[in-house]
Every structure is written in structure tokens, then in C-alpha cells.
Design a protein around this ligand. Sequence first.
Ligand code: B12
Ligand code: SF4
Length: 504
Amino acid sequence: MIVFVNPQVCRPENRRFPLSLMSVGAALPDGVSWEIVDGNRPSVDEFDDVVAHVEARRGTADPVRAVALTVMPGPQLVSAVPLSQRLKARYPDLPLVWGGFFPSLYPAPVLDADYVDWIVRGQGERTFVKLLDVLDGTRDPGTVAGLGFRTEDGERRIGPERPWEGPDELPPPPYHKIDVDDYIHPTFLGRRGAVYQASIGCPYGCKFCGVVSMWGRREKVETPERTVRHLEYLVREHGVDSVHFYDNNFFLKESHAVELAERMKPLGLKWWCESRVDAMLRFSDATWRALKESGLTMVFFGAESGSNDVLASMDKNLTTEQTLEVAARTREWGIVPEFSFCFGGPEDPEAEIDTTLDFIRELKGVNPDFELITYFYTPTPQRGDAYGDVDPLSGTPTVLEEWTRPEWVRWMTHEDPDVPWMTPELKEKVERFVLVLQSRFPSIHDRRTRGWGKALARMVAAGPWRRGRYDRTGLLQAVRRMARVPRPHPVEYGHLRPSAEAIR
Ligand code: B12
Ligand code: SF4
């Protein structure tokens, strides 16, 4: 048996299908048994549950052969490190495997940690099956593409990249291996929300983006027929009424968007996805109509900056004029845009922040309904020479445990990174602006501020928003603090978002 572990990454109420592990498990050969231990479920203790599996199988014909964790940068790493250390201390001979974005992008510190035995880089389905042969002693690890390990001399060995396959070539989601209903939650889209990923990768090359490092500049898209077959199952068997598509770049070709919209329409789902601004601008009115009629409710766009120079320096291949145009198009079709901005590149953060804040104001004039998402720029490991001679990771930890320190978690989540060019004053400027904007235009995602608090904050923020003054936010902070609904689960992932929380 293989035990897959999804270390805690979010609060229990935000848990979603553990798609990464479902995908790897589904590709195991017949006869290999597997289970998922998901630390995001409220009653699960990851360590105890793994131990229970190992002990229950000890001495049987099907003992636990390996424990395999999925590890995303950020809070999941904070959970994964102590869990792996404890498991290795308890079962020194049980192979421990890491897969997912963290070991794929930062393989060196993981391979230097003696409590992780193997890493799977990039797509996991095929590499993991080959790893099982290695564990059985029938395959040389040096011959396995996508596998990383330490040699007997303690040297790091990372195999060549494994060419990856598209969704149509991989097994369907093994919904029978999870308690589907336990992962279906209300969201702003509906009462029974699920998640789905219908493509892999992205063909663009934005310099800050980890997706390019993981998959190269390529995307493979599932056929609409297959996507809708899986969604139809969730609707029919589990009463799902809404879906978030996790694809990094949902719209690749207009013909695909139209076919998917037509096939989805009978399902009556409300749905959310991420798109490039330019991709949707290329769509005809007929396509926008088909998408709207199929239930498309909100689209996340990476707008990134209010400066065309900064967009060019990111290789974003996009202009602010296009973002304004898509804001107008979405308004016309009654689809809510969610614009994400990445503040403060190293060159001239202050000027860039001012320009972007002005641009966001302008954008609100075009489409007052848009939702704002903000990040701070943090370098991400890149392929090839994206940064020329500059090493974007110089100064970052070489020891795995160091990555779990609060300052590095803030760095990985792009929420409050300690980077030399971002002063506390600049961060505060952005945070105050966001507070005024989100008070003036309450977010539909905000289910933690009581109705009266939203109404009062809206009134209080009207003056500062009109005057473009965001420096005095004491009253707004007090209103929002008092109007806060307590979280359903007290579980925190500890030290995240301290400054953002403090200011609200
Ligand atoms: C779901 C998700 C989350 C969920 C996780 C919920 C959960 N319980 O799983 C939540 C919302 C908590 C989350 C949080 C974050 N996320 Co996230 N997330 C995703 C998302 C949308 C989908 C991942 C997914 O399930 N894909 C489907 C599966 C099938 O693909 P996969 O995960 O890549 O898995 C394959 C391989 O990676 C590999 N693999 C993965 N795990 C394992 C394990 C083993 C053992 C093996 C062998 C192989 C393997 O094999 C799998 C099958 O091929 C991706 C975007 C994307 N589409 O990839 C971003 C993404 C992974 N997240 C990312 C980031 C950065 C974060 C955050 C750290 C920051 C942020 N601001 O978003 C936060 C951290 C927490 C916070 N601040 O709130 C980045 C990672 C890039 C990077 N630079 O590292 C991504 C790519 C988004 C992006 N475009 O930038 N995230
Ligand atoms: S378009 Fe989005 S997913 Fe694609 S490379 Fe750029 S930021 Fe990454």
C-alpha cells in the first residue's frame, strides 16, 4: 500500500478535492492499493493517521511501502517538514517521497534534508510508478526521468525532466477514493461548490510565474466532452451547483471555449476560471454570450501592473489598455472580473505602486464590480536565463527547515515578503488603499464581515475614496474589526498575513 498525504495547507472550511494526490493515485497499476490522508479535514491528524495505516498493515501481505506527500510552497511546507521529520524518526526504513511545486522548484534543499528520500519533479503520475520499481529493486533510480534522490555518497542526483502528458492521456479523477461530499462547500457561486482542473500548463512566459518553471511554456487541454462527463457526474451524484476551475490558463482556443460552454450549459452550473486578458478580448460576441449562458460568473485575470513598462519587463505580453477594455467587456456581459495585481518590482517600487494604485482607481471607474486581488512581487525560480545574470534566489535558504520560518513563508506566499526594495511604508500604503477600496466596494468573497459592518464601512470609506486619500484608516479598521464573524474553525496556519490582519 501507498499512503499519500496532503499536509495541511488551508483552514478546514477551505478544503477542496486533493487533486494532486488523486491524480497520482489514479495512475497506479492495478493491484497497488493506496489511500489519501488529508490534513485539511477537520478530524484528521496527519501523523496519527499515517501511523495507523502503517501499523494496521504491518505483517500483512500488503504493508505500507512508501509515504508520499504533496508539498506546495507556503503553509503546506510548514506542515510537511515537521511531519516528515516525525515520520522518518518513527519509521527510518519507510521511503518518504515529496512531490508537487515545492520540491519541483526548490529541489536542492529538499534533497539535502535527510528525512526526505525521493522527490518527484513535475508531473507525478508516470514517475511515481517507475519509483515503485526502484523501491522494489528492479529499476536503477538514475534511469528515471523526473526523479530526484541522494546517492549513497550523499550527492544530489536529479534526473532529466520527464516529458509530460495532457489530461486526456491520464486516468479520470478517482472520486471513489475520497469522501466527495466532505469537500463540497458553499462559496459565492453556490451552495455546493466543487473544483476541477481541465488543462495543464500555460503557453505564456511571465517572468514571475512558477507555472512556467514547472511545465515549460506549454499547455494541454482536456477535450470538452471529457471535462463535462466528469462534471456531470459531480452534478448528478453529489448535487454540485458550482465549480472553480483550477486551470492556470483556462481559455486557449476560442473553439474550445465555445464547445465547452455549449456542453456545460445543460448542467446549470455557475463557474469561475482564470484567463488571460488578451485571450478573452479575442472572443466574438457570440462566444461571450455562450460563456455567459453556460454559467460563467467570474473570471480571474492577472492584470499585474498599471504600468506598461513594468508589464513589458515581466514579459506579460499585455497592456493596461487591454485590461481596461476587458473590464468594460465583462461589465457589458455581466461577468465579474477579478483583477490580480503584483506590487513592487525591484526597479522603482514607489513609482510603480503609485502608478498601479492610480490605475486601479481608473479601472473601478470602468467596472465598479471588479474584485481586487493583491500580491507583492517575489522572485520565483525560473527556467533558463529569464533573469539574465541575476540569480533571483540568491540569499534564499539552502536549508529546508529555514524555508518554514515566518519570513520565508511570507516570501513564498507573495503576501508580505521581506525583500530589500519593499519598505514597510510602501506595503502599508498598498494595504491602506486596499482597505479603503474594499470598504467602499465590499467584496463578494467577504463572508466574514457582518452586513451592518459592510454598510457602515462603505459609508465611512466614501469620502476617502472620493478624495483619493487613504492615509487615515483608523475608523475603518475599527468598524471591520467589530463587524467580524468568528471563523467556524479556530485552526490557523499560524503566522501568515500578520500585517494584513493587523491593518484590518
Ligand atoms: C488548489 C491550489 C491551492 C489550494 C490548495 C488546496 C488543496 N487542499 O489542495 C490553496 C488555495 C490552499 C492554495 C494556496 C496557495 N497556493 Co496554490 N494552487 C492551487 C492550484 C489552483 C491547483 C493545484 C492542483 O490541485 N492542481 C491539480 C493537480 C492535478 O496538479 P498538481 O497539483 O500540479 O499535481 C501534479 C504535480 O504537481 C505532481 N504532484 C503534486 N503533488 C505530488 C505528490 C506526489 C507524491 C507526487 C509523486 C507528485 C505530485 O503530480 C501531480 C499530477 O500530475 C494551483 C494552480 C494549478 N492549476 O496548478 C495553485 C498553485 C500551485 N499555488 C501556488 C501558490 C504560490 C500558492 C500559495 C503559496 C500562494 C498564493 N498566494 O496563492 C498559497 C498558499 C496559501 C495561502 N496563502 O493561502 C502556485 C505555485 C507556484 C509557485 N510559485 O510555487 C500555483 C501554481 C498558482 C500559480 N499560478 O501561481 N493553492
Ligand atoms: S499567463 Fe498566468 S499562468 Fe501563464 S505564465 Fe503568465 S502568469 Fe503564469
